[in-house]
Design a protein. Structure first.
Length: 241
């Protein structure tokens, strides 16, 4: 309910009071102030957030780069010559680079011959009653006259029959017909390293193809025998003093 007496008393008071009009510039400044707070503060917060993100990204990247290992890793097995642990392929020579072979008498091998120590096992076999060196030839280079390799054919009977062809090579180059020997599987016998591949011809005895490098000289054996471990006989010959 309205109180008419109070209403009449205050009516005259409000009618006599004039509310001053604010200057336009004050109102405008107030609007600008409010507008700046509504727009600029959120934009600043967004920019600050983006900047903080960039700083974080660069910081993480710097740590990762500092910890990274840029060492180039060679693919595993790659050589290289095509298989893990295999020596690089050596330069080769063919029969065209060689003079005609010269037949040699294994019994005539002399200690004065600089290659005698490397061929001693052939002379040892020749003197065994159960063995024979049926052929021995030397091959020299046409251009230098130096011996490239010695070729021999050997037969041994010791529990089984062993028929072998042997190449003893004195040059760093490899005879083209023997280059595959360097890719055979590796092994060690009484401290002597070797490479070996066993072939099983149809209806024939197994063939062991053996490669050994000792004291700078290369030995290649091709042994056919019913004994699948026939290569051991050759290794033992090379180990004899």
């Amino acid at each position: 309910m309205k109180d008419k007496r109070l209403e009449e008393q205050f009516k005259g008071y409000f009618e006599g009071v004039e509310i001053p009009e604010l200057p336009n510039n004050i109102v405008a400044d107030a609007k600008k102030s409010v507008k700046r707070r509504d727009i600029r503060l959120p934009r600043f917060a967004k920019i600050a957030s983006i900047a903080a993100s960039f700083v974080l990204v660069f910081a993480v990247a710097a740590v990762l780069i500092a910890r990274a290992d840029f060492t180039v890793v060679q693919p595993e097995g790659g050589n290289q010559s095509g298989s893990a642990g295999a020596p690089p392929t050596a330069s080769t020579y063919t029969a065209d680079a060689l003079l005609d072979p010269i037949d040699k008498d294994v019994y005539a091998l002399s200690t004065d011959d600089e290659n005698y120590k490397s061929l001693k096992f052939l002379k040892t076999l020749a003197y065994k009653p159960n063995a024979e060196v049926t052929e021995m030839q030397t091959y020299s280079f046409k251009d230098s006259g130096e011996i490239a390799h010695v070729y021999a054919e050997v037969t041994l009977i010791s529990g089984a029959r062993y028929d072998a062809t042997v190449y003893v090579e004195f040059t760093e180059e490899t005879f083209d017909e023997l280059k595959d020997y360097s890719s055979f599987k590796t092994g060690t016998y009484r401290g002597l390293s070797y490479r070996l591949e066993t072939v099983y011809p149809e209806d024939e005895e197994p063939v062991n193809k053996l490669y050994v490098e000792k004291d700078g000289v290369k030995y290649y054996f091709n042994i056919q025998s019913s004994d699948e471990n026939s290569y051991i006989k050759c290794l033992e010959l090379l180990l004899q003093k």
